[in-house]
Design a protein around this ligand. Structure first.
Ligand SMILES: [Zn+2]
Length: 404
């Protein structure tokens, strides 16, 4: 027996006054997270134990917020995980600064929320809010497969607010015990994966060979930083005001730009009849990408979120895969060598001679990684396919030309 975990995203139907309550809850939850981190940062030694953090902050947070006990504990857990992450980076000789929580999300467990088949009851700063799920019709979608399936048990959920569409979503965690050795029972049947590689020069590249240049985004960012630097030197109050206004405008512009790319990526997935989109794992992406700035990590995260959100509406699942060796592995013959990557742009396989754009090679490998993760057994049917420029590739390397 193996445990399978699946996350199902559902949109919540919420009316005005309930939405206000949820916004206030999110706000106070983030305040609680930040309070716990701030408290830990008062000392040189950073406590990571939940018990210690609880003892240090619980009563203060209860006093300063209207959160129920379970949400105070949930916020403390989130803070503890973030502190642990920082300490782990320090121990590995990497830089990390004090975590600060701004993403509007709240984690609920089965005490702070009650999960029903079609709705949820969420603890807020003032009693509970009942929200109905906006579910798609029963069919081949994650909501039917996991949420409406009694074999899958709900473990908890994260409430997320999306500013762009002014909507609350619930990312519901589910789990089940299944027989199969590799936990992917059934739902990998005949699915097609679109691989996406992220980069600085090309912001996104798909396994189907589509490129979106990061050139204009990078150029505009550099210009903004140059002007901001000049204004900072000026140092006047009006200069600071201008910096703030410019910052807001640049962020909105970049978000809009990323929205458009995300839309095109999802269109590409739809055009190739993909039901999964694979990105590389975004955690620590800057460490793997020479020359990347904090801005890029932000942009990649946004792009991923936008794709996941738009893909979901098309019934396409978006996920992240382990990026190890995706840049050095030959997507044609599987040979993995440092020498396969003679430069940033070029991939050239030392074994089979396959020569191709390095990012395109990586995009195929990212998709391929998800393909392999879905394979039931070494001898079993290869049921996932990778979408390529023309046709698809299965996990055993079998190529099928596109049906026109
Ligand atoms: Zn090769």
């Amino acid at each position: 027996m193996a445990e399978v975990r699946r996350t199902v995203i559902v949109k919540l139907d919420i009316d005005g006054s309930d939405a206000t309550l949820l916004h206030e809850t999110v706000e106070e939850y983030l305040l609680a997270c930040n309070y716990v981190v701030q408290d830990a940062w008062q000392d040189d030694y950073k406590p990571t134990s939940k018990t210690e953090l609880h003892d240090r902050t619980y009563s203060d947070v209860r006093e300063q917020t209207r959160l129920q006990a379970n949400l105070v504990q949930s916020a403390r857990n989130r803070a503890a995980e973030a502190i642990k992450g920082v300490v782990a980076r320090w121990e590995n000789g990497k830089e990390a600064s004090q975590p600060h929580f701004t993403t509007p999300s709240v984690h609920y467990d089965k005490r702070s929320a009650t999960f029903h088949d079609d709705r949820v009851s969420l603890s807020t700063v003032n009693g509970r809010v009942e929200a109905e799920y906006a579910l798609p019709p029963e069919g081949d979608n994650p909501q039917t497969k996991y949420l409406r399936n009694d074999e899958y048990e709900v473990t908890g959920a994260t409430l997320q607010y999306r500013d762009a569409t002014d909507t609350f979503f619930l990312h519901i965690g589910t789990k089940a015990e299944v027989e199969s050795e590799i936990p992917d029972d059934g739902d990998a049947e005949n699915s097609t994966v679109l691989g996406v590689d992220l980069g600085i020069e090309q912001i996104a590249i798909t396994s189907t060979g589509q490129f979106w240049s990061g050139g204009y985004l990078n150029h505009r960012r550099r210009e903004y930083e140059r002007v901001r630097g000049d204004l900072q030197q000026t140092g006047t109050e009006s200069a600071h005001r201008t910096i703030k206004q410019m910052g807001g405008r640049e962020t909105r512009w970049a978000e809009d730009y990323l929205h458009r790319i995300s839309k095109a990526i999802v269109q590409e997935a739809v055009a190739h009849e993909c039901d999964m989109i694979a990105f590389e794992e975004l955690t620590d992406i800057r460490d793997r990408m020479p020359g990347s700035k904090k801005f890029h990590a932000w942009a990649f995260r946004r792009l991923y979120d936008y794709v996941a959100y738009k893909a979901e509406a098309e019934g396409i699942e978006t996920t992240q895969v382990d990026p190890a060796y995706t840049s050095k592995r030959c997507s044609k013959c599987g040979t993995t060598l440092d020498e396969n990557r003679p430069s940033q742009e070029k991939f050239c396989c030392q074994k089979c001679g396959y020569e191709v754009n390095a990012d395109y090679n990586a995009a195929k490998n990212i998709g391929f990684r998800l393909l392999r993760a879905g394979q039931k057994s070494p001898h079993g049917g290869a049921t996932r396919h990778l979408a390529l420029k023309s046709g698809t590739l299965n996990v055993n390397g079998g190529y099928s030309p596109a049906v026109q």
